[in-house]
Design a protein. Sequence first.
Lengths: 110, 112
Amino acid sequence: AQRVTQPEKLLSVFKGAPVELKCNYSYSGSPELFWYVQYSRQRLQLLLRHISRESIKGFTADLNKGETSFHLKKPFAQEEDSAMYYCALSDYNYGQNFVFGPGTRLSVLP
Amino acid sequence: NAGVTQTPKFQVLKTGQSMTLQCAQDMNHNSMYWYRQDPGMGLRLIYYSASEGTTDKGEVPNGYNVSRLNKREFSLRLESAAPSQTSVYFCASRQGALNEQYFGPGTRLTVT
């Protein structure tokens, strides 16, 4: 079965420090990976997806098929990055199923 | 475009009461989803509809029913609410199997 894990429930960093949010998945096919962000009391919104290979708000993520990971990175964290981050996986072979990880709350301290 | 809309925004129910959460999207998406979000549990899929006229169970379907009324609308019904159903409910939609999901603003439900 597909599974997405995010080992850290809470990650606290100081403003200006690098940040890495970890995501690992277990799936034998070729999934599509996403990062979603949820700011306080707002709806989830797409941050980035691996197929587009773009940098959004300074965040990047690289798909490592060997390690089955899709970690989210930003070189210099900002206070406005404080939010809940969800890693998610989708695959055509599983129809419309879309699996989310448990989420990591990022807190950027001043 | 309004995107994905949900009503109501907040609801308080007593145990045993029933209610329907409404969701609509104006993006002509084929697939629609219902999730619940609980602290420490992330998002869990309740039901989804791959296309108009079809629905399938997700990870936590017990206690819920859904109706895909047409391509735009996908409702979630609680027939007999229980305190364990206290949660924030999100509706989402997407066009294809590999595309991103678009989320509604959520419904905060409390069952006492």
